[in-house]
Design a protein around this ligand. Structure first.
Ligand code: UD1
Length: 462
């Protein structure tokens, strides 16, 4: 196990690029299982969630190689239809393989994703959509077995909530279903459009991805292609907030600024000076941040739930009282208790978090509760006086590639060491140069894989 140690109060400055989007790479890798050919996925981040997706593809009989940030998937010989329990548990988004496996193999066997830490993890929208596309479900001892004896058939599907994962599953499954699928109240996240761009380049006929109505005309089969994953808007947002918390001046390059559309007004309200141009955003922070009156997380293009925890961290040292309302997930405030240990003044009631800004934080020993909440603690450590130790780094490695390297490049005093203190650890950026190939054993994990879910501690907002 590893931990991150930070000597806080270093002003961040400089330019960085962010890695490819985790939330795009995962469904695109899942979709490669539907392709009868070779897919080359570029700008694929080195993350433990990506390792988990590669392990599932390998288990299904696909040949996977990785060189740097390119993952090549040859799905020609795919012959599996089951995701074993241990692989399901590695990553909640493994459910997004359902549509691809069903479309390709005509049957799929998986267990319910997620684990004990996260409570009830509904996948009812995914299941109902597959049934509407013609799948028959039988359940046996926690195993879900789907069969489509007649093959998937297009349908009119309306989601009761614009679930990102369910939208992705439907688009993938419908891509080679017979006839037309019309999906309404679809999620509109940029990662949905990226998935559709990949599938369309493989020969699919998907229209309207990124809007709330998506029309998919099923095609006979998909062929291989090359595709470059979009930049990670959540990582970009997180690093901008890191700059803001340290009175920093940083530029994040090679991103799609429109994807951060909901964050920028919030940062401006906090007093940050932002310049947006082409594919970069530059941010200069004020000596003291101002409070942000009210932020509500919403489906895209609203404020992303994945940036809620990092924003909470920033607001702990803003002047005045800020309020955040979490509308996507319930119980996504596990980081709040840890931030209080830094000296933050936070109260949480139901879905509402009230943050009374304090003049400064003090470094502590802390444990990452989940992916984004874990990074919120790194942010607090960067701003805090003295030393901060963050354990549970495996959560953070699911979604941020070598964060210590990125932050070091901006001037942070941060290092990763073994939890037993036996020395500094080689970074994932160094691993990235090493090619791996063709078996789950050959795919060296970027870091150890934890129980994975974007919101490990979150249940659906009721
Ligand atoms: C995706 C993102 C995650 C982000 C989330 C919301 C990936 C890998 N993950 O997760 O980073 O936080 O979108 O923007 O892209 N729900 C149901 N039934 C279902 C499916 C979902 O009740 O069948 C609930 C979930 O429990 C959650 C809400 O709907 O409370 C939103 O979930 P969803 O949009 O599906 O999120 P994910 O696709 O899991």
């Amino acid at each position: 196990m590893e931990k991150i140690i930070i000597q806080g109060q270093k002003r961040l400055s400089g330019e960085i690029e962010v890695h490819g989007s985790k939330n795009s790479a995962l469904p695109i890798l899942a979709a490669t299982a539907l392709v009868n050919g070779v897919s080359e996925i570029h700008n694929c981040p080195r993350l433990s969630d990506v390792d988990a997706a590669i392990n599932i593809l390998t288990h299904l009989g696909c040949k996977v190689t990785r060189e740097g940030h390119t993952v090549t998937v040859d799905s020609t010989g795919m012959n599996g239809c089951e995701i074993p329990d241990d692989l399901m548990r590695e990553m909640r988004s493994s459910v997004v393989f359902l549509g691809a496996i069903l479309g390709r193999a005509g049957e799929a066997k998986l267990s319910t994703p997620g684990g004990c830490e996260i409570g009830l993890r509904p996948i009812d929208l995914h299941i109902s959509a597959m049934e509407q596309l013609g799948a028959q479900l039988t359940e046996d001892a926690g195993k879900l077995m789907f069969q489509v004896p007649q093959g998937l058939c297009g349908a009119r599907i309306t989601l009761t909530f614009p679930s990102v994962g369910a939208t992705e599953n439907i688009i993938i499954a419908a891509a080679t279903a017979k006839g037309r699928t019309v999906l309404t109240n679809a999620a509109r996240e940029p990662e949905i459009s990226d998935l559709a761009d990949f599938l369309n380049a493989c020969g699919a006929r998907i229209h309207g991805a990124g809007d709330s109505t998506v029309v998919i005309d099923g095609v006979e089969a998909l062929h291989g292609t090359g595709h470059t994953v979009i930049p990670d808007r959540i990582a970009a947002s997180t690093y901008l907030l890191a700059g803001a918390m340290t009175q920093g001046k940083i530029c994040v390059k090679d991103i799609i600024p429109a994807h951060l559309g909901a964050l920028l007004p919030v940062m401006k309200e906090a007093g940050c000076d932002l310049t947006v141009s082409g594919r970069w955003i530059c941010m200069s922070a004020p000596p003291r941040l101002r409070r942000v009156k009210m932020t509500r997380t919403m489906p895209y293009p609203g404020f992303p739930t994945d940036v809620q925890a990092p924003l909470s961290a920033m607001l702990t040292i803003a002047d005045g009282t800020s309020v955040i309302v979490e509308n996507i997930f319930e119980s996504r405030y596990k980081h709040a208790g840890e931030l209080v240990r830094f000296g933050a003044k936070i109260s949480v009631e139901g879905r509402t978090e009230v943050i009374e800004g304090v003049p400064y934080l003090t470094g502590v020993h802390t444990v990452a509760p989940d992916l984004r909440g874990g990074f919120a603690l790194i942010l607090a450590g960067l701003a805090a006086h003295g030393e901060t130790t963050v354990c549970g780094v495996e959560h953070i490695d699911r979604g941020y590639e070598a964060p210590e390297c990125v932050l070091q490049a901006l001037g942070a005093d941060i290092k990763r060491i073994q939890e037993d203190g036996t020395g500094e650890k080689k970074s994932t950026k160094e691993f990235a140069a090493e090619p791996t190939q063709n078996s789950s054993a050959a795919v060296e994990p970027a870091r150890s894989t934890a129980q994975t879910d974007e919101s490990d501690t979150a249940d659906r907002a009721k």
